[in-house]
Design a protein around this ligand. Structure first.
Ligand code: GLN
Length: 397
């Protein structure tokens, strides 16, 4: 008789996390004909200049692999962007890596720099990728809860540090809370990094979607340039989430390691689309970025008004394009059941509902998100007005 014991059919690295709830809710929305305010992607077109440039690049047969860490023209444009907006000097030859979206950027950077056994501090509520990214590195995420309207307390942050802490992940403007970290809060984080010799990984993908305050890259604070990995991308600034163009700015020694991981993960980002993003960065002026934020402010106000009218408790976010809303005045269901109920259309009373993301997917302890759901407002005003109508029907019950 055989004594062979079957090996587990899934590798242990994936056991520490579940599948993406954000992507799952898109499937649920499609199933019910719901308005998808779950996964954050625009339903309006990208600027013409990008579309024309992408078509032109394909017609010019820019069809083969680009330089692994990014086409020279795009890396030049990225360096120019950081000089223009933040006065940051960036060496395009040694400090820039272009990736397949900010998602790959964060994963590749963490894999390159964080070792198995390390600890990585992650603020929560968090965008759902950071914990799994740390786990894929064999590291342990350590969560520091930071509710939307509470200030960052230096003592609580310091208490999360252990001798094994290697890195901290920061996302500003924040998904899902909309928080824009103040200079004072960034200084607290910088001080922690300098004191404990930590590397900061900052996800700044919403840097141009801001309603209050200014965006300050952590890397511009004293002593932080050589210990910060600054991540961003084109998805949100140019409304092209499916193009998958992400960017990393990091000191040369870290960039060397990051480029190796990026190379073996994906070889490179789509070549013609890199050309198109370079054209966009070179061409679009301050009026474009001001218009982007102004348009989002109008969308934010429509959704925020609709949620308040329907009975949700929520505040208008300072940045990014999400509203984290408390539904406890509306329902006793838990966040997961409530999100699915809302997507279904409230037992058929609505013609398909409105799909949000359950709040627990932004917390390591699901109970912290039990009365919360997240709505994205990166949608045409007509879409948001129809969502408002459906939410109003729900409120009337
Ligand atoms: N960042 C967006 C969100 O939070 C999209 C996530 C994704 O699916 N990549 O919804």
């Amino acid at each position: 008789m055989s004594t062979i014991t079957a090996r587990p059919r899934t590798a242990r690295r994936t056991h520490g996390f579940t599948e993406s709830v954000i992507r799952e809710m898109t499937r649920v929305a499609n199933e019910h004909g719901a308005i998808n305010l779950a996964q954050g992607f625009p339903d309006f077109p990208a600027p013409d200049v990008l579309k024309e440039a992408a078509c032109a690049a394909i017609r010019a047969d820019v069809n083969q692999y680009a330089v692994t860490w990014g086409t020279p023209r795009l890396r030049r444009a990225i360096a120019a962007k950081y000089a223009r907006f933040y006065g940051m000097e960036v060496d395009e030859a040694r400090e820039v890596t272009v990736t397949c979206g900010a998602t790959e950027a964060m994963a590749a950077a963490l894999l390159a720099i964080v070792d198995p056994g390390d600890e990585v501090i992650v603020f929560e509520p968090f965008y759902e990728n950071y914990g799994p990214d740390a786990i894929l590195c064999g590291a342990t995420p350590v969560f520091v809860t930071l509710p939307a309207n509470a200030p960052l307390e230096p003592e609580r942050l310091a208490a999360a540090v252990s001798p094994r802490t290697r890195a901290i992940v920061l996302n500003t403007p924040n998904n899902p809370t909309g928080r824009v970290y103040s200079r004072a809060e960034l200084e607290t984080i910088a001080e922690l990094c300098r004191t404990h010799d930590l590397i900061a990984f900052t996800d700044e993908i919403y840097e141009h979607i801001l309603y209050e305050g200014v965006h300050v890259p952590l890397a511009t604070l004293p002593g932080m340039r050589d210990r910060t990995v600054t991540i961003s991308g084109s998805s949100k600034s140019f409304s092209v989430t499916g193009w998958r163009i992400g960017t990393i700015i990091a000191p040369a020694d870290l960039t060397l390691a990051i480029r190796k991981v990026h190379d073996f993960l994906t070889v490179g980002a789509p070549a013609p689309l890199q050309e198109a993003i370079a054209v966009a960065m070179e061409t679009l002026g301050d009026d474009y970025y001001a218009g982007l934020a102004a348009d989002y402010r109008a969308r934010r106000d429509v959704l925020h008004g609709a949620l308040r009218m329907a009975g949700f408790a929520c505040a208008p976010p300072a940045g990014a394009y999400y509203i984290l809303a408390d539904f406890s005045a509306l329902s006793d269901l838990d966040d997961d059941a409530f999100a699915r109920w809302l997507a279904r259309g409230a037992d058929g009373r609505m013609d398909g509902g409105v799909a949000p993301v359950p709040g627990s997917s932004f917390f390591h302890d699901p109970s912290l998100g039990r009365t919360l759901v997240r709505f994205a407002f990166c949608k045409r005003l007509e879409t948001l007005e129809e969502a408002a109508r459906r939410l109003q029907q729900l409120a009337r019950g």
